[in-house]
Write a protein that binds this ligand. Structure first.
Ligand SMILES: O=P(O)(O)OC[C@H]1O[C@](O)(COP(=O)(O)O)[C@@H](O)[C@@H]1O
Ligand SMILES: [Mg+2]
Ligand SMILES: [Mg+2]
Length: 333
């Protein structure tokens, strides 16, 4: 049985990067224990305040952000961090060699209904030519990510990670699950992420698509034509799946193949929903590490540098053949 620490040692990950990944994932172990308690863990309901993006924060958005932020702020390896729930860059250690961005709690609308939720993160080398807490540390294309990952808090808690090689998956083994439920407050040193898939490979055959159909009136014509053809069957049965959490939908696509779409919605004031820095770019690295493709319009997501920390964009990701087919519908001929 190989744990995350063994895998990082085998990879030859440096001490600084290992300290970040182990600390971050330990924070998610703590969160997992707390989430498992549901209403008994004091994590449900609204926090009665808004984040910088004008979204009402759930209690768990705030709890998860505070926990991960405090864990990373204590690490000399971290120069600065950015979170969905923070307005700007949070400065950490001036000599830190990495910067970290994260979505502490993805799928906020699923929290109170016991649905799929997760944490998404990405790590970049700190750029020596800028201040350690400069926005420039984060306004870089996803191709420069050192590693990216997510934790999915489902019936089991899973970590999916790519450090430049293949995308790998781990399952959380809680050696004291009963005790953790009773005393979830201290970080549980007895839990470990255990390697399950050494190399995750996206299945080529596709029979599922994920999209929020409620927005179709606001889609571009190409998107409407593509979905129309899928719904008519194309000679093979398709299933639609939408969990309301990007982690859940991307996880399913990594395991079963298919296509995930969050197109522009011209009827919405913000047009795009997903954020480039801490949602789309890490997911693109994981999908491409598993042999898939990730685009926004006709541009590979990993080539796009955000213009601002919380920039949103449309997202297309999944099995190569289906992403290419979709692109042929939306590209001007
Ligand atoms: O409300 P919709 O259209 O179902 O949007 C769901 C999308 O919004 C998100 O929940 C946004 O993430 P947050 O919960 O971190 O804000 C994605 O995870 C998901 O893909
Ligand atoms: Mg999110
Ligand atoms: Mg979030």
């Amino acid at each position: 049985m190989k744990t995350l620490i063994d895998v990082l040692a085998e990879d030859g990950a440096c001490k600084a990067l290992s300290s970040i990944l182990l600390t971050l994932t330990q924070a998610t172990q703590h969160l997992s224990a707390r989430i498992a308690l549901g209403a008994l863990g004091g994590i449900l309901g609204s926090a009665q305040k808004q984040n910088i993006q004008g979204e009402t924060q759930q209690t768990l958005d705030v709890v998860a952000n505070d926990l991960i932020k405090a864990a990373l702020q204590g690490l000399p390896a971290v120069a600065a961090l950015v979170s969905e729930e923070e307005a700007g860059v949070v400065p950490c250690y001036a000599n830190g060699s990495y910067v970290v961005a994260f979505d502490p709690l993805d799928g906020s609308s699923n929290i109170d209904v016991n649905g799929q939720i997760g944490t998404i993160f990405t790590v970049y080398n700190r750029l020596p030519e800028f201040d350690h807490h400069s926005e420039q540390q984060f306004l870089r294309p996803g191709s420069q990510q050192v590693c990216a990952g997510y934790v999915l808090y489902g019936p089991s808690t899973q970590l999916v990670l790519c450090c430049g090689g293949p995308t790998r998956s781990f399952t959380l083994l809680n050696k004291h699950s009963k005790d953790a439920a009773k005393t979830p407050t201290p970080l549980d040193a007895q839990s470990d992420y255990v390697l399950v898939d050494e190399v995750l490979t996206l299945p080529i055959k596709t029979s599922e698509f994920a999209i929020n159909m409620a927005h179709q009136a606001g889609w571009d014509e190409g998107v409407k034509r593509y979905i129309g053809d899928v719904l008519r069957g194309r000679g093979e049965p398709f299933n639609m799946r939408w969990s309301g959490a990007m982690v859940g939908d991307v996880h399913r696509i990594l395991l079963r193949g298919g296509i995930f779409l969050y197109p522009l919605n011209h009827n919405s004031h913000r047009k795009a929903k997903l954020r480039l820095l801490y949602e789309a770019a890490p997911m693109a690295m994981l999908i491409e590490g598993a042999g898939g493709l990730a685009y926004s319009q006709s541009i590979p997501i990993l080539e796009i540098a955000p213009a601002s920390l919380h920039q949103r964009l449309d997202v297309i990701l999944g099995s190569i053949s289906e992403v290419e087919r979709y692109l042929s519908y939306i590209m001007p001929s």
